[in-house]
Design a protein around this ligand. Structure first.
Ligand code: PRX
Length: 632
């Protein structure tokens, strides 16, 4: 039976409902918000703890909440160790394929061997509990092994997305003062070898802290290895020290697991810090309930492990749940636009989780590509990263999901660690709405004065409660974390300010509109306008720059920039190309502006702040709004 569409709603089909891990939402939701600690305690019981917690939620230092404090756990103990002593031992954990057809598979037992060896290599390099290891890798299994190896020994990983440039990498290494960098010679993208080690070399020149660089041989690129600093992983793995047995460190529930840098409204990216206990509970619960994961399922989250989506839903949540994970290195449409559909058919993928940008990009090539393939294994589809436009939703549902797969549109952030608003497979859907809060979460919308906004009116999205997966702080900046994200209420409770605007309709469905601040979502990637501006201003011919996001059919938003050149420099098309290349080299390709407009002045407030809102309105031909603060 197919999903039926009644009025605004798409109703899930009976097969999906019959097998859902959670068969009822309203009552369970009510319970989860009335007895939040009780609900989360029950979920925590599903995991393996070395020692149970003293308190579920400690609010004594709010908004610096603690979850499961006093408990001892290691996320890797849950993601690997407990599986290899049971029936999952020989179950496939990771299926990896690269665009050039290489395939590698790892059972849970095989994954354990790799992670233990890697952990022993790290230990032999002096890495211990609490050290921060920076990882800059292509989408290969070793990226996952490296993350898990760090967590296993209680070290903290800081993964920097492999598409970022030397500048982005070195600033993140600097902030974390990492002593160890794990990288690879390179990766593959659209038939070409992508160089990583030489970018890492440049980054290491700019930052003093790295003492050891461990390099994975992946694509045989001819690279330079600096003696006494750079080591091949395969050489280290052949040493007796790298045995395939390694004890998992007992960490406290609140011990840091990773930092992940994300763009904010001002200045440099912020290192959001997540912990072993609460994050393990939150990612595994959300994954199990929203994506209805079953022991036999093949799960494919087609994100890069270098972003939060990959951390939570390629690596940790699914492995804790003992799922079989698909990992693919390559572009969705290379060499042909059926690449993903080929993978779904070949491996019998049951659940596919991706971004609206990818869906729109594949939709562009028409139905004939997916129609070449048997996609009947798919049971559920997911979306993340930006609002999904109803047209893309319907195509995804109809052509890919063959009208039978609910679309799990998940709203969340690097800061939240896991899904905050999302349907369950049993939830009636409205295309473009992430539907209702996940269990335990109370969502509200407020206006400028902090009052709740009426139904169907836009407001700032807030979360009225703490949840176990929340980031605990911005690395090294506890105060900024509290100031940026949390609003104190009269009753001494705190509300989390997400930075997004949204509407809630008469059915209680939440419609996320987008960022309200100076954060851009370009093809689902998160970038700060200030980062793009700094990259432009670092070019010797640029005096000032402003960046805004304008709607773009494929990318969701595209970066438009306005540039004032230095005295005596004249604008010309070659300079535009040069500046785009410069931003690409400074930040990475994802940050290259769609358009560079040369201007002689920028609209500013009297205190000198660029009024991006005015630039945006002008570019869109819209009313410029209140200009009373504009400088004369
Ligand atoms: O604006 C929201 C958008 O992505 C932002 C968070 O970006 P990031 O930290 O990179 O995490 C992305 C992956 C979780 C949010 O503030 N966003 C994310 N998911 C959705 C979304 N907007 C609308 N609908 C979504 N499902």
């Amino acid at each position: 039976m197919s999903n039926s569409e009644k009025s605004d709603f798409f109703y899930p089909n009976e097969d999906v409902i019959a097998q859902a891990n959670v068969s009822e939402y309203d009552k369970m939701y009510e319970y989860s918000v009335n007895d939040r600690e009780g609900f989360w305690e029950e979920q925590a019981e599903n995991l393996s703890w070395y020692k149970k917690w003293d308190s579920v939620l400690d609010e004594s230092d709010a908004p610096h909440y603690k979850w499961f404090d006093g408990g001892e756990i290691n996320i890797v103990h849950n993601a690997i160790d407990r599986h290899i002593v049971g029936p999952n031992r020989n179950k496939m954990a990771i299926i990896w394929e690269s665009e050039n057809g290489q395939v590698r598979n790892y059972s849970y037992n095989g994954l354990n061997r790799e992670v233990c060896q890697f952990a022993n290599v790290l230990k032999s390099m002096g890495v211990s509990k609490g050290d921060i290891v920076t990882i800059y890798m292509p989408q290969i299994p070793e990226l996952v092994f490296a993350m898990l190896a760090c967590a296993k020994i209680g070290a903290i990983h800081s993964v920097v997305y492999g598409g970022f440039s030397k500048e982005a990498l070195s600033s993140r290494i600097d902030d974390a003062t990492s002593r160890i960098l794990i990288t690879a010679d390179g990766g593959w993208r659209r038939g070409k070898k992508v160089d990583l080690k030489s970018i890492a070399d440049e980054a290491m020149k700019r930052t003093p802290s790295i003492e050891v660089c461990i390099c994975v041989k992946n694509n045989e690129l001819d690279i330079e290895m600096e003696p006494a600093r750079d080591f091949w992983l395969h050489d280290l793995k052949s040493l007796p020290i790298a045995s395939s047995q390694c004890e998992t460190e007992h960490t406290d529930a609140e011990d840091p697991l990773f930092i992940l840098y994300t763009s904010g409204t001002t200045g440099k990216p912020k290192g959001m810090l997540h912990t072993h206990g609460g994050y393990a509970v939150y990612t595994s619960t959300t994954h199990r309930m929203a994506f209805d994961i079953k022991p036999q399922d093949r799960w494919w989250c087609a994100a890069d492990p270098g972003w939060i989506t990959g951390h939570s839903y390629i690596v940790y949540g699914p492995l804790i749940n003992g799922a079989t994970i698909m990992l693919y290195e390559g572009a969705p449409n290379y060499p042909y636009p059926n690449r993903w559909w080929q993978i779904v058919e070949k491996y019998g993928i049951n659940i596919l989780y991706t971004s609206p940008t990818a869906i729109r990009g594949l939709m562009r090539f028409g139905d004939r590509w997916p129609k070449k393939h048997d996609l009947s294994s798919l049971r559920l589809l997911g979306s993340v990263g930006e609002p999904i436009n109803p047209e893309a939703w319907r195509w995804y549902h109809h052509v890919i999901g063959q009208d039978k797969c609910p679309i799990i549109d998940t709203w969340w952030q690097t800061e939240t660690g896991g899904f905050m608003i999302c349907p369950l497979p049993i939830t009636p859907l409205k295309p473009g709405s992430a539907t209702k809060p996940f269990f335990g979460n109370e969502i509200g919308l407020i206006d400028e004065e902090g009052n709740e906004t009426p139904l169907n009116e836009e407001g700032k999205l807030i979360i009225k409660n703490p949840w176990p997966g929340m980031a605990r702080t911005i690395f090294k900046d506890k105060e900024r974390y509290a100031d940026l994200y949390w609003l104190k209420q009269n009753n001494n409770k705190w509300h989390y300010l997400a930075g997004d605007s949204a509407k809630i309709d008469e059915d209680g469905y939440i419609w996320v509109i987008g960022r309200m601040d100076e954060v851009l979502k370009v093809s689902g990637y998160r970038l700060g306008t200030s980062e793009v501006e700094s990259a432009l201003v670092s070019h010797p011919k640029v005096s000032e720059a402003a960046a805004v996001g304008l709607p773009h059919e494929l990318k969701g938003n595209a970066i438009h920039t306005f540039v004032i050149l230095k005295e005596g420099v004249l604008p010309d098309p070659d300079l535009e190309i040069e500046l785009k290349a410069h931003v690409g080299a400074e930040m990475g390709k994802i940050a290259i502006p769609e358009l560079i407009e040369f201007v002689t002045v920028l609209p500013k407030t009297r205190s000198g702040k660029i009024m991006r809102r005015v630039l945006k309105a002008r570019a869109l031909g819209q009313d410029e709004g209140d200009l009373s603060t504009l400088e004369e």
